[in-house]
Structure formats: C-alpha cells, structure tokens
Design a protein around this ligand. Structure first.
Ligand code: PLP
Length: 407
C-alpha cells in the first residue's frame, strides 16, 4: 500500500523514523500540522540569513497585533510557552528585580485565579514562573453548574496577579466578558488559553474584543505554522514584559538594542539578565514561518476547509458502512473549535478487542495511522480531518477494516 507521500519521507527514512498518516489532528505528540509550500519556503529563506531576533520579533508583533486587533503581539514557543510567559509578565510586570528572581516568588504577589472547569493539564504551564493557582467554583456537572462571578471576586486579594481563562467546553463556567469585568474592576489582567480555539477564524479577534489582556494561540494547530510556534496577543506593557523575560539578555547597557526605549529616561534601572523565558527560545525560522502561516490562515477559504473536512469524514464513514460492531457519528465537534470530527464507536463484544488495541494496531501497522484518543472514555476513536492529505481517508478506512478483521 502506498501512502501518497514519497519523496518527502526521505529525510525521515534516512534517520530510520517512520512517517504516519495523521487522522488525529495537529497534536504536539503527532508533530503538529503539515506546512504549506509557502511556509516551508519562508522558513528555508529565513534560515539563509541572520537578523537581530528582537527585530524579527517586533515585525511579527506588528502582524499579530494587526490580525488580532491587539495592542501588541509576540511569537512564543507554542501556546504553553505563551502561558508560562504570560504568568511571568503578570507576576513581574516591568520590575527587573522581580524578573531576576523568578521562579522564586518569595515576597511578591503570585496568585492566579482559575475556575475549576478551566483546570486543564495545560494550566500547569502557568506554574513555571512560580505562580500559585487558586481554584474557585465547582466542576458542576451533573447539576446546576457551576461557578459564579462572586466566587472569583472573593478570592481576589493583594497576592492576586491575574485571572486565567481556558477556552473550551465548560458550560458551567463564568463567561469571559464577566471574568474581564471582575478582573478589570480590580486592575487585574485576564490570561486566555485559546490554543485550540481555531477555527473559527473570528476567534483570532474575539477574545481581544472581549478585552482579554493576554491571549495565547498555538501556531502549530489550525494555523498550520511551525510546530514549535505560538501567538501571544495582548496589552503592550505585558507583551513588553514578556519580551524582556524571553529575549537573549546577555547584553551591555550601552550597546543594548532597546537602550533608548528603556534606559535613556530611566524606565528600567538596567537591562534584565536572561529571564525565566530564556529556555523557551523561538528561532528566526519559526518566527518567519509563523508569520507566513498566519497571513495564509486569515486569507483562507474557511468554508471550503469545512466542506473538504466533511467530505473526507463522509468518505471514511461510507467505506466502513458494512463493518459490524461499529457506529459512526459524524456530528462530533471539537470542544473549542468548529472542526468536524467522526466519532467511531465500537461494540467491543462484536469486534472482540478493546478500543485501545485498535488504536495500537493502527499506529503500529503499515502505514501507521494515528487517530484521536479524545473519545476513548466512550469506547470510541475520533477521526480529525485537519491534517489528512488527499488520498489518505481511503487508507484510514482500509487500515481500520484490516485491524477489525473485515478487509
Ligand atoms: C494544544 C493546547 C495547548 C498547548 O499548545 P502548544 O502550542 O502545543 O504549546 C494549550 N492549551 C490547550 C487547550 C491546547 O489544546
């Protein structure tokens, strides 16, 4: 069986690594998305000349601000890196002595309030600079919900530095506009994890419109930028703090690029040293790749994407119609975005194997097929069409038939 991709696999073959058909979506452990020729070309061109990294970051920041409607922008090492840097900015602001101490937050405010519905595994990244997460409310379902604005407000005190908000499926949670209202009444920033909240493309502007102060998106998911890139959009002073804590700061005051901006009028006592974000490096290739991917993403025909995705799922469902022991729901939707997902549920007594064995056989087979495991609790696999290439839906269906012994 031929997977349709041949020449491109050479570099992986050379190093003895098998490529996969990605029906799981642009997940980090599946190496993100597949980059367009234009993005690959841009990364290659970026690799052919050196620049000052702060210059290319500032150019990217302008583009991000334009596209999201924010005051400022920055390219991070993924959305999780953006969350860690956002927390560092909320804790340190433009105080270089505080930047210098992180992640030791002894004697400084460091609490970030999180609704329990928003305690995803990614919120862990907020702890990197030494933040303490203060949980409020109830997970709520089944039942009435939920969390109320007063529960958030009750936890605000002189140690609070920010309120966190995760965009996802959390129906009992306080809405972003309500959280912003409470936070801003207390002069606190709201940090939004919108990593997987695209599409719809309108979400690039939506959370900024709703007056969130820092919004993180993954560059390597729907935007189809480099896997290790992310977007941080938000308030200029907070983005400035992010830059100061993220850039290579092995600099001398008299020759520092930003000496006029920060030193001339004494805004800072001196440049900070390498900050908490220094290990979250982003290279020129990622920055430029993300910029071109973002331009392409906002100009895409998003309705055509939806139709293509639905057609691919329909093709897989049709090819599996006669297989006993499975039922396919084509109306599954990812929590934070509008990508259609095919949820393929198994009657394990009929297929005579647990769903985990199906997943393992698919990824360990030839060609290797990765599927979404977000529905394993319902004894189902998910097919996410975002990274599927032409010709691959047929292979996914064929491999599933073989694994189920119905080829
Ligand atoms: C993927 C994801 C992240 C992490 O994003 P990266 O760009 O991979 O760092 C954070 N939060 C949520 C909700 C995600 O889905």
């Amino acid at each position: 069986m031929v997977s349709g991709v041949t020449a491109k696999q050479n570099i992986y073959q050379r190093f003895g690594v098998k490529t996969i058909i990605n029906a799981g979506g642009p997940m980090t452990r599946l190496s993100g998305s597949i980059l367009s020729p234009e993005v690959r070309e841009a990364m290659s061109e970026a690799a052919s000349a050196c620049v000052r990294v702060e210059d290319i970051q500032e150019a990217a920041g302008k583009l991000i601000a334009e596209v999201t409607g924010s005051e400022a922008g920055y390219v991070t090492s993924g959305a999780a890196g953006g969350l860690a840097l956002s927390a560092a900015a909320a804790i340190a602001g433009l105080d270089v002595a505080r930047m210098d101490k992180l992640p030791d937050t002894t004697g400084m405010p460091n609490e970030i309030i999180v609704q329990r519905e928003h305690m995803t595994a990614y919120s862990h990244a907020l702890r990197l600079p030494g933040a303490k997460l203060v949980e409020v409310g109830y997970v709520g379902y089944p039942g009435q919900g939920c969390t109320w604005p007063w529960q958030i407000e009750t936890e605000i005190n002189e140690r609070t530095v920010a309120i966190f908000y995760s965009i996802g499926n959390s129906p009992g949670a306080v809405s972003l506009p309500e959280v912003v209202e409470v936070a801003h009444r207390h002069n606190l920033p709201v940090i939004v994890d919108a990593a997987a909240a695209l599409p719809p493309v309108g979400n690039l502007r939506r959370f900024i419109n709703e007056e969130a102060d820092l919004v993180c998106f993954s560059g390597g998911k729907a935007i189809a930028g480099p896997q290790a890139s992310g977007i941080l959009a938000g308030r200029a002073d907070l983005i400035a703090s992010v830059a100061l804590q993220h850039q290579d700061m092995d600099v001398m005051p008299a020759t520092w690029t930003w000496r006029d901006r920060y030193l001339k009028d004494g805004a800072l006592p001196g440049p900070p040293h390498h900050g908490l974000g220094r290990p979250l490096k982003v290279g020129k290739e990622e920055i430029v790749g993300l910029m071109v991917a973002l331009e392409q993403y906002v100009n895409r025909d998003h309705a055509a994407d939806q139709r293509r995705w639905e057609d691919m799922l329909q093709e897989i469902a049709s090819a599996l119609q006669d297989v006993p022991g499975i039922s396919i729901d084509l109306r599954g939707r990812k929590t934070a975005s509008s990508v259609p997902i095919a949820v393929v549920a198994f009657d394990e007594a009929v297929i005579e194997q647990p769903v985990e064995a199906v997943i393992n056989a698919l990824i360990e087979g030839d060609p290797a097929v990765a599927v979404s495991q977000a529905h394993v609790h319902d004894r189902a696999i998910g097919i996410n069409p975002m990274v599927l290439q032409p010709g691959e839906p047929a292979i996914v269906a064929q491999r599933l038939r073989e694994v189920l012994g119905y080829s």
